[in-house]
Design a protein around this ligand. Structure first.
Ligand SMILES: [Zn+2]
Length: 332
């Protein structure tokens, strides 16, 4: 049993309360590799931002859960070395799908877990969430639950259709489950292909796809039902067109990749949305830099040569999100 407190990590309780009151959102960046972790910490320290480093089932399968936990501990020490006296770093399980996996993470240094029972019938989602909450709270770990279903593909999580969260259910769900934050479905979607061509309109000037707007009316109704309660948005990458263009220019093939416009995420950050999940944008930033590097330096074969620009490009993206989209800078 390793408590996250021994690792220098924090849970989400205090940072969410401050974010809701302050009208900004905490970045939740997924990580799988050392370069991603370094870029996340560098960006958070430079911007003086709290940060959630999150680990999906796919990340645990790829990198090993134990290694990721020590990387999170390393992230705290690295932040201090970079001059941050009091880093606010959360290690969060993204899309836990069973009580057992949540318990395993809580027992091994995670400070926050998500139990995703959104695919279950309503009462079963409450019962599973409540079971996780009871165990987590006994260890001062915070719990994110999900109500409503997001479309798209993220590691092992996938759904073809979305079901918007029903505002009339949120009070009953959060009260009876005891969750600390609630992921909702208002039109965001997992992955780099969030919308089909048919769901989008075409910008007449650029010819680019314009995604359907988020359901801000539903978000407003949820806030009215649960004033001040921390709300989470999954699937909130913006799929930056310049990164997609770079990838396609240097041999990639990502036609019609489309994300959530940053203006909409900025607007959501100013509301009760206090955690915004970003994964695909980091993947795109890394891949764009590596493809460009290889095209321009065909003789290179030392991973440090192409992972360095990849790390720099990810850091640039993280800084941009923190400062220009989420507004979590200068909050430490
Ligand atoms: Zn998600």
């Amino acid at each position: 049993m390793t408590s996250y407190k021994e690792l220098g990590l924090v849970n989400t309780r205090e940072m969410f309360a401050k974010a809701v009151a302050g009208g900004y959102a905490i970045p939740a960046f997924n990580f799988n590799t050392m370069e991603q972790m370094q870029a996340i910490v560098q960006a958070a320290v430079e911007c003086k931002s709290p940060v959630i480093m999150q680990v999906s089932k796919g990340a645990r399968a790829y990198a090993n859960g134990t290694i990721l936990r020590y990387m999170a501990q390393g992230a705290v020490e690295y932040a201090k070395e970079l001059g941050c006296e009091n880093p606010q770093i959360v290690l969060h399980l993204d899309h836990g799908d069973s009580f057992e996996i949540c318990k395993e993470c809580i027992d091994n240094g995670f400070s926050s877990v998500m139990i995703d029972g959104s695919h279950l019938p309503y009462e079963e989602n409450i019962a599973l969430t409540k079971k996780v909450v009871e165990y987590a709270h006994a260890h001062d770990v915070t719990v994110e639950a999900e109500l409503g279903v997001l479309a798209g593909v993220e590691d092992e999580v996938s759904s073809e259709v979305s079901h918007y969260t029903k505002p009339e259910e949120v009070v009953d769900f959060s009260t009876r489950s005891g969750c600390d934050s609630l992921a909702i479905s208002i039109g965001t979607s997992h992955g780099a292909y969030k919308f089909t061509r048919e769901q989008c309109t075409i910008d007449p000037q650029t010819g680019k796809l314009v995604p359907p707007p988020l359901a801000f009316d539903i978000l407003a109704e949820i806030e009215k039902q649960l004033p001040g309660f921390p709300i989470v948005l999954h699937g909130s990458s913006s799929v930056p067109q310049d990164e997609v263009d770079t990838i396609n220019q240097f041999g990639g093939k990502l036609p019609d990749a489309v994300g959530i416009p940053e203006e909409q995420l900025r607007k959501a950050s100013e509301s009760a949305v206090c955690k915004i999940n970003i994964d695909s944008d980091s993947r795109l930033a890394m891949t764009a830099a590596i493809r460009k590097h290889f095209a321009e330096n065909p003789g290179h074969f030392d991973p440090r040569q192409y992972l360095k620009p990849a790390r720099e490009n990810m850091k640039k993206m993280y800084v941009h999100k923190i400062v220009n989209v989420l507004g979590s800078n200068d909050k430490l």
